[in-house]
Design a protein around this ligand. Structure first.
Ligand code: RIB
Length: 296
């Protein structure tokens, strides 16, 4: 039997408070919405769930508060088979994300709370977990000093890491240079790089820019997205990153891993909330074949 890739996700856990409405309220306006949901989320936790569904052995390093949201987020990860023993509990509220979904598209405000207690010092204790991983997945909903510490340590012990630079912020050059892969969307890429075409050349085979329904671009060109009907795009980027990690850790070439990740993301956006629609490996390979692609 094929060995399960070992993936460690270092990042946020948030409770998503999601309002769905027919339009976005303007400043000062009150509107009536269609529905309200609380969904488990956070870019880190979403990527952990997606990677586990796709068949990886996943550990999550993160922080939640000693509150009901924290209990629920850890419970959901355990239910998904993610190892949660490296999630700390602190005396700060669990992170929340206030999400507005209109016509399938989202806008998100994150209140990091406990996620910002994931300090470089707390990462120091996790070096053995990092070292035992095939690949690390990290995002920017935790302190930037922690991302820098992980980047330096990954380089020291020669463990590849995928940096999903979301939400957008300018980054120290070392973090970008040390990353094995960087996966901004278009607006994040515009914050990171003055000229994205030049960046694609400079970071050939490392920079993958996601463009939603237009697919992705990397130094080898464009890889088209799969046709999909978006119900809620929250978590599509997380699914893409997790699927990319799973395939790269299984020794796929970058372009093949991106095709697989595009398929996973297309399946995920068909359901409300970030995690509910995340596909299994079987779902992805079936969908790729149905669309005339060889899953490899
Ligand atoms: O990427 C989607 C996620 O971003 C949501 O689940 C929300 O928690 C924010 O972190």
């Amino acid at each position: 039997m094929r060995k399960k890739p070992k993936i460690t996700v270092i990042g946020s856990l948030n409770m998503d408070l999601t309002a769905t409405s027919a339009k976005r309220p303007a400043a000062g306006e009150t509107i009536l919405g269609e529905r309200f949901d609380t969904f488990p989320g956070g870019k880190g936790a979403n990527q952990a769930v997606a990677a586990a569904r796709l068949g990886a052995d996943v550990s999550m390093i993160g922080m939640v508060g000693q509150d009901a949201f924290g209990d629920e987020l850890v419970r959901v990860l355990e239910q998904e088979g993610v190892r949660t023993d490296h999630i700390g509990r602190v005396d700060t509220s669990t992170g929340v994300a206030v999400i507005q979904v209109v016509g399938g598209d989202n806008s998100i405000t994150v209140i990091p709370g406990a996620n910002f207690q994931l300090t470089p010092a707390s990462i120091k204790e996790k070096k053995d977990v990092i070292e035992a991983s095939d690949i690390i997945l990290i995002q920017l909903e935790i302190p930037i000093e922690t991302v820098a510490a992980v980047a330096a340590y990954c380089q020291e012990v020669n463990v590849p890491y995928i940096l999903n630079p979301a939400p957008a912020q300018a980054l120290p050059t070392a973090i970008i240079q040390q990353a094995s892969y960087i996966t901004p969307n278009e607006s994040e890429a515009a914050v990171l790089f003055e000229d994205t075409n030049e960046a694609l050349r400079e970071f050939a085979d490392k920079l993958v820019i996601t463009k939603g329904e237009e697919g992705i671009i990397y130094s080898g060109g464009t890889i088209a997205a799969f046709p999909a009907q978006a119900v809620d795009t929250t978590g599509a980027g997380d699914t893409f990153n997790a699927a990319l990690a799973v395939r790269l850790a299984s020794c796929s070439q970058l372009a093949d891993a991106c095709r697989y990740a595009n398929a996973a993301a297309a399946l995920q956006i068909g359901s409300p909330g970030a995690q509910a629609g995340m596909p299994t490996h079987q779902d992805v390979t079936t969908f790729m074949r149905q669309n005339g692609e060889n899953p490899l």
